[in-house]
Design a protein around this ligand. Structure first.
Ligand code: HEM
Length: 188
């Protein structure tokens, strides 16, 4: 085969291969649909596995300290003039448990639904959105203090992003009569 033919054949093969698409360059860490990086997700999951067995204790610590400062909050757990202790204690566990549920949720649609529902619940109870962000921040401060030995920048960033979701809550005008779960809770 002549040199000229070989060169021609090679260039026709090369034309099948080239030009090659240059792979898209991703700058920085890859984030999931909710804005968390893989290492943030991992750090959050690991931290929450340590927290889960102590949800009740940590929840009560943080929520009751919060109510010491934001004392008006206790009135939100009153039915008529009486304090619904059961609902109050339940909330101390439910609010921290809700964090865990958010951390476990990978589906962005479900995640957003949970946030929206929770936002609406508090609007109906007339708990201002700013206070939700404050309680979320108080929990994160507590977690970072208790787990300072195993803390990492990924955990801090991950927690920051969760607090951001709560701080993004909006106050909604709602019909109070449409929601009155507290009155359905038996007072012991
Ligand atoms: C990060 C912040 C918070 C989270 C994650 C959270 C979470 C929750 C959850 C999961 C529920 C139950 C919703 C349901 O059953 O449908 C709830 C209800 C409620 N939350 Fe919060 N909460 C937060 C902050 C607050 C604050 C600051 C207050 C004010 C003191 C508050 C007062 C209430 C009240 C009054 C209810 C209704 C209780 C009931 O129906 O038994 N929450 N919250």
């Amino acid at each position: 085969m002549s040199n000229e033919r070989i060169t021609k054949q090679l260039s026709s093969i090369a034309s099948l291969i080239y030009p090659k698409r240059i792979p898209r360059l991703k700058v920085g860490p890859v984030k999931d649909d909710l804005g968390f990086t893989l290492s943030e997700r991992l750090a959050l999951r690991q931290a929450w596995n340590l927290i889960k067995p102590f949800e009740r204790r940590y929840g009560q610590d943080v929520f009751y300290s919060f109510l010491n400062e934001y004392y008006w909050g206790i009135h939100k757990f009153k039915v008529g003039g009486d304090l619904n202790l059961r609902a109050l204690h339940m909330h101390a566990v439910m609010f921290i448990h809700f964090f865990g549920l958010l951390i476990d949720e990978e589906n962005p649609v479900m995640f957003q639904l949970m946030i929206t529902e929770n936002n609406l619940t508090h609007s109906r109870c007339k708990v201002g959105s700013a206070y939700i962000g404050d309680l979320a921040q108080a929990l994160v401060d507590f977690v970072l203090k208790v787990f300072h030995k195993v803390s990492s920048p990924s955990l801090e960033r991950g927690l920051r992003k969760i607090v951001d979701k709560f701080q993004g809550y909006q106050d909604h005008q709602t019909v109070t009569t449409a929601y009155n779960r507290l009155s359905k809770v038996r007072i012991n």
